[in-house]
Design a protein around this ligand. Sequence first.
Ligand code: PLP
Length: 396
Amino acid sequence: MGAYLDHAATAPVLPEAADAFARVARELGNPSAVHGYGRTTRRIVEESREEIAALLGAEAAEVILTSGGTEADNLAVIGAWQACAAGTADTAVPPGLIVSAIEHPAVLESAEWLASDRGARLHIAPVTTAGTVDLDALAGLLARPESERGRIAVCSIMWANNETGAIQPLPAVVELAGAHGIAVHSDAVQAAGRVPIDFAASGLAALSISGHKFGAPVGVGALLARRDFDMRSHQHGGGQERGVRSGTVNAAGARALAVALAAAVHDLSTEADRLAGLRDRLEAGIRAIAPDVRVWAGEAERLPGHLLVSVPGTRSEPVIFALDMAGVAASAGSACHAGVVGASPVVLAAGGTEEEARSALRFTLGRTSTAADIDAALAVLPDALGRARAVLEGIR
Ligand code: PLP
């Protein structure tokens, strides 16, 4: 009996979204073309854009369709910094950026690239042991004189963390940054479809989402961006999507994104309770199997289906491998590059030890998760942990 407990990596595609994608993919006509075919496809895109906007408390004109979360994050962070740099070319201090220590690489590595290649002043806001951004430290960063920290092009703090699910204190971040006239972008790739989002009420200048995290096929996402959020495009061509995201618009993807998001938002509150119940059952079961387990961000408000744990005396990779052999799909906290699982940067940022970071296991639940999945995982976990301990003993 198998169990898919890796919904944060990619959620199963919703049948209605797959059907919508297939139907629109058969439509003839580039949405930018002026003939009837093009106008039909354009209408599908614009209706989808309006639906996506309404579901997220945004205006249709604020929705910039992208290929996914990575592109939306790159566009917001790099685009905003480049626009700011163009406007401050005459000043001695290059513009700065603030990101949290637990941002996804799509944000963190964009910011690091701006620092190493473009001279951006990069400020990394630490997180507390609860796994949320340290507001005192952030306030301290913001209070530094502009001559020292640079003019901050954007402050990028995720809505919810991809490893722990910890929901970040965005209202406080927006207030702190706003007091200095600084725009905030939030990577809401994990949050969208899992918790309510009201872009207008949030006070954010920009927000990223990705379709494959909530039931659309891979290959479509969006950046919500207020009209006054200045961005330079780093993709040049036909000038689609407010001129910042050139390239033929993915009409089938836009339709599937709207359909999947509508379904996720519709079921949101009932799903949240159901998933939190399943997650708690899994957490309790793991505590019974491994009483010395450490649960990350357990004290914070978390996304309902996320659970990140570290089991002392084990390593993520052999546990995940053994679980996989038993038909249970989970992941390590850290991204897996070229098949090698490293230490979880989120555990390290939250004050965990190297040992804890190297033994992190992430279980994420979603729409198709059932109690049987939890029981299947708990049934094979003791053996998987035992194997990992044996591997580690062998190395020592
Ligand atoms: N941001 C977060 C928080 C994520 O979890 C992910 C994917 O795991 C991304 C960005 C990247 O999104 P995409 O896979 O759509 O490029």
